[in-house]
Design a binder for this molecule. Structure first.
Ligand SMILES: Nc1ncnc2c1ncn2[C@@H]1O[C@H](COP(=O)(O)OP(=O)(O)OP(=O)(O)O)[C@@H](O)[C@H]1O
Ligand SMILES: [Mg+2]
Length: 479
């Protein structure tokens, strides 16, 4: 940063300028006051000189004394009028005519300032007439005719002193203000800026996180907020790095798993030729499951490579797909759970056809259904209805509702699980799938009476189905 542009230098220049401005505002009335005092002093001396005539024998002074008195005051003429009408006058033999006349009794602040500056600016000397009250006898009026030059010289000397003092005061004040601001603002700001720059250079360096100075003012708050933001960013970065490593590992596992599944598929084809009718009966389901597992491996691989979920959309009869997912969900029940009566209530209308990836859509519904079962639900109801602008597929259960941890981290991979053995991926996967279809997965409600999730799919995904009103519920129950 160029030094002239730095905050410190700007502060210094601004402080000097403002203090000088304040001094100028004080300067004008001070000079006017100085002129008024100077003239009043002359009038007081003049009145005193005139009063000596009163004390003189027969009210007369000698020419020599008169000249000395006038010289003492610095006046060409003195005229004192007392209340009784008595007039005392002292004058040089040929007093010059005044070119300007001022009455100090009538002068207001504005005219005093204007006259003071006019006197200061004048380059030639002139003779002026000044009238005013006598200090100890306000009823008396004293008039003097004097040269303006001595007053102007005194005023110029005074203005010079004030100017010098102003410069000293402004530099001193500016220095103090500068030092305080530098210490209070500029230095901490530089520290924060350096902290931000160091963090930008290497966001993963733990030492780059700013250590707050512990101040309680706005700078302290900024430091603490920045430090917290840097720490949160580092945690997020670490998590992202771990997830990236995990992504690579998943890609590798999927690659090898794909090969293993291909072998398993070949073997299951041979099983189909078995003599045992029971084996022949279950083999198509086994082959179907293996095919879907292999497809999942391929899709996961391309997801790891391209970062987008690949969809292979086709017309899907939703009711049939929901029924198939129900069978699979119920098949995942553990031994202890098999005695428990669980109802998969399929209320999707018969004629509802979607353009969607059947494998991915089953995946989303399967995760939602399995979650309901694992939470302890006795009934899972899947329904679909057409809303303005979208198709809504709801998965509702009568389980205990979402745990606080799951609710706080809803849809966040790995962190939302509250189940022992859960990975916290099911909801994240389901939402990714619905989003890949151009829709969104939303939590509609959750409480002690159960949980409802809604898959909102865009209207364009609907190929055939009921009019925009809740579809006539069909019913498929299994337990
Ligand atoms: N229908 C539901 N009823 C109650 N809790 C639920 C329901 N669905 C999800 N949850 C809660 O949300 C958490 C996160 O679910 P999610 O499917 O993302 O992960 P998971 O089931 O724990 O693990 P997995 O990756 O194996 O699915 C669950 O642990 C569970 O506590
Ligand atoms: Mg789950």
């Amino acid at each position: 940063m160029r030094p002239i542009r730095s905050l410190s230098v700007r502060l210094l220049v601004l402080t000097v300028a403002f203090v000088m401005l304040a001094e100028v505002l004080i300067f004008a009335p001070s000079v006017a006051r100085f002129r008024l005092d100077w003239l009043n002093q002359r009038l007081a001396e003049a009145a005193l000189a005139a009063q000596t005539i009163e004390a003189a024998p027969q009210g007369m002074v000698t020419k020599v004394l008169e000249a000395r008195l006038l010289a003492e005051v610095g006046a060409h003429l003195i005229d004192l009028t007392q209340p009784g009408g008595r007039v005392y006058m002292l004058a040089t033999p040929m007093p010059p005519d005044p070119v300007a006349s001022f009455d100090l009794r009538l002068a207001g602040p504005a005219s005093l300032i204007a006259e003071a500056f006019a006197a200061l600016a004048r380059t030639h000397s002139r003779v002026i007439r000044v009238a005013g009250a006598v200090p100890h006898d306000p009823a008396a009026v004293v008039v003097v005719v004097i040269d303006e030059a001595p007053m102007r010289d005194a005023m110029a000397a005074f203005a010079g002193r004030i100017l010098a003092l102003s410069i000293v005061i402004s530099l001193f004040t500016a220095g103090l203000v500068y030092l305080s601001l530098h210490r209070l603002l500029v230095r901490p700001m530089r520290r924060i800026t350096a902290g931000i720059a160091a963090f930008r250079r290497d966001p993963e360096d733990g030492a780059a996180v700013l250590i707050p100075s512990g101040r309680s003012d706005e700078i302290g708050i900024a430091e603490r907020e920045l430090a917290e933001m840097q720490a949160a960013l580092q945690t997020a970065l670490r998590q992202k790095t771990r997830l990236a490593a995990l992504g690579t590992a998943v890609a590798m596992i999927n690659h090898d798993l794909g090969n293993i599944l291909a072998t398993a598929s070949l073997i299951s084809e041979r099983l189909a030729r078995s003599e045992d009718p029971e084996v022949v009966g279950i083999t198509p389901r086994l082959m179907d499951a293996l095919d879907r597992a292999a497809a999942l491996c391929r899709q996961t691989l391309s997801f790891c490579r391209d970062g987008v979920l690949p969809l292979h959309c086709a017309p899907v009869a939703l009711r049939g797909l929901v029924a198939q997912v129900g069978t699979e969900v119920l098949a995942t029940r553990r031994q202890g759970d098999r005695e428990r009566m669980i109802t998969w209530d399929n209320r999707v209308a018969d004629n509802l056809t979607l353009c969607a990836d059947p494998g991915q859509l089953s995946r989303a519904l399967f995760n939602l259904g399995r979650n309901a079962l694992q939470a302890g639900a006795g009934r899972v109801t899947v329904a679909a209805d057409r809303r303005p602008g979208h198709l809504r597929v709801t998965v509702a259960d009568d389980g205990p509702g979402l745990a606080p941890r799951a609710r706080d981290h809803l849809f966040l991979p790995f962190v939302g699980t509250s189940r022992t053995g859960g990975t916290g991926l099911g909801l994240a996967i389901a939402r990714d799938v619905v989003r890949a279809h151009g829709g969104d997965l939303k939590l509609v409600d959750s409480g002690p009476g159960g949980t409802i999730f809604a898959l909102e799919l865009p209207e364009r995904a609907l190929l055939a189905g009921p009019e925009p009103s809740p579809g006539r519920p069909g019913r498929d129950e299994s337990g």
